[in-house]
Design a protein around this ligand. Structure first.
Ligand SMILES: Cc1cc2nc3c(=O)[nH]c(=O)nc-3n(C[C@H](O)[C@H](O)[C@H](O)COP(=O)(O)OP(=O)(O)OC[C@H]3O[C@@H](n4cnc5c(N)ncnc54)[C@H](O)[C@@H]3O)c2cc1C
Length: 310
């Protein structure tokens, strides 16, 4: 089947690669690629975060985890490895606890946070992963902005446009959630541990280290926030948010190195991730609304896209 995937963030590229593996002829069209996508702003760690519906999210997360772990074991150029994740919280097991594998209650390795959940999870370096996915395609991505999905050629069209799906489909349930990160030199932070402090929902804090590779130096992504914003937000970073993250790092006794850059992105949030055939246009399959979970769910959703095309 000739399939056009619209969108070249982690969701579109993973769908394209998965469709190719299933034997389809795949063409990707995108207005922006690589560093210009939201996907490039992510840390990124495999970790379910504010997404629904819960049972589907857990299934997608498990499928994606299996794929990412296989890449970690077999394809170093894909920029995936498996590290320790520590989630500090107030005690109840997280809603996704049954899909993370062995989960231990441990003393958190930071000041003033006695207990945390510890498990192993894939870490993805978007600097390497997005180009690696692109390198698996049969032909170059076509750079174009689509105004009407019905005009896109192909036996089937996969709508993986992230936040762009709002204007393409009129989906009012899709909204932008602003995220801001500091990218620092590693300083004294451990490169094999991602730390998440979930105790204050209004002031989320996390560190996602990235190992150094040729062309991609070691660094640590420090976040964050998830705040409703207009779709056309200019994506300027907020100095007050940066100061809050720096205070949180210091309060936990963390000593990152110098800040090398700040970045902001708009997560394509929807209360339920949309993976389904369009009700009005049978050529069209939607795959968008992954919020803070693009890397965590992309492969599982892509496998559902393949199944919807059977
Ligand atoms: C600060 C931050 C931290 C994050 N951390 C994590 C994490 O640790 N783990 C995790 O799993 N997720 C994380 N995320 C979420 C993750 O980045 C997103 O879920 C993911 O990037 C969404 O991918 P996407 O491909 O749907 O969208 P995007 O990356 O936005 O890609 C959309 C694509 O569609 C194209 N497009 C849009 N409209 C059109 C159009 N009209 N015509 C043609 N092309 C169009 C765009 O050009 C682009 O190519 C984080 C996000 C942020 C902002």
């Amino acid at each position: 089947m000739q399939i056009t995937v619209v969108g070249a963030g982690v969701v579109g590229l993973t769908a394209a690669v998965t469709l190719l593996q299933a034997g389809h002829d795949v063409h990707v069209i995108a207005a922006a690629t690589g560093d210009a996508t939201t996907s490039a702003v992510a840390g990124a760690i495999w970790l379910p975060f504010q997404a629904g519906p819960p049972e589907a999210v857990k299934r997608w997360a498990v499928r994606s985890r299996i794929w990412l772990e296989a890449l970690a074991a077999s394809a170093p150029a894909a920029g995936v490895d498996v590290i320790d994740v520590v989630v500090i919280d107030d005690g109840a097991p997280p809603w996704w606890a049954d899909v993370v594998g062995p989960l231990a209650r441990v003393a958190a390795p930071v000041i003033g946070a006695p207990l945390a959940w510890r498990f192993r999870a894939p870490r993805i370096d978007p600097r390497l992963h997005l180009p690696w996915l692109e390198s698996r395609l049969q032909r170059p991505i076509e750079r174009a902005r689509i105004d009407r999905l019905a005009d896109v050629p192909g036996d089937a069209i996969v709508n993986a446009t992230g936040l762009g799906a709002r204007s393409l489909t009129g989906d009012a349930a899709l909204e932008a959630r602003f995220g801001q990160v500091l990218v620092t030199e590693p300083g004294e932070l451990e490169l094999g541990v991602s730390l998440n402090d979930d105790r204050d929902a209004g002031a989320m804090f996390y560190t996602i280290p990235r190992h150094g590779r040729p062309g991609a130096p070691a660094e640590v992504v420090i976040g964050g926030c998830s705040l409703p914003r207009p779709d056309d937000d200019p994506l300027t970073t907020d100095p007050d948010l940066r100061a809050r993250m720096e205070r949180q790092a210091a309060a936990l006794g963390l000593r990152p190195g110098a800040v090398v850059r700040e970045r902001a992105g708009l997560r394509p949030y929807r209360p339920t991730v949309r993976v389904e055939r369009d009700g009005a246009d049978p050529r069209l399959i939607h795959d968008y609304g992954h919020g803070g979970n693009g890397y965590t769910l992309a492969r599982g959703c892509a496998e559902d896209v393949v199944a919807l095309l059977r």
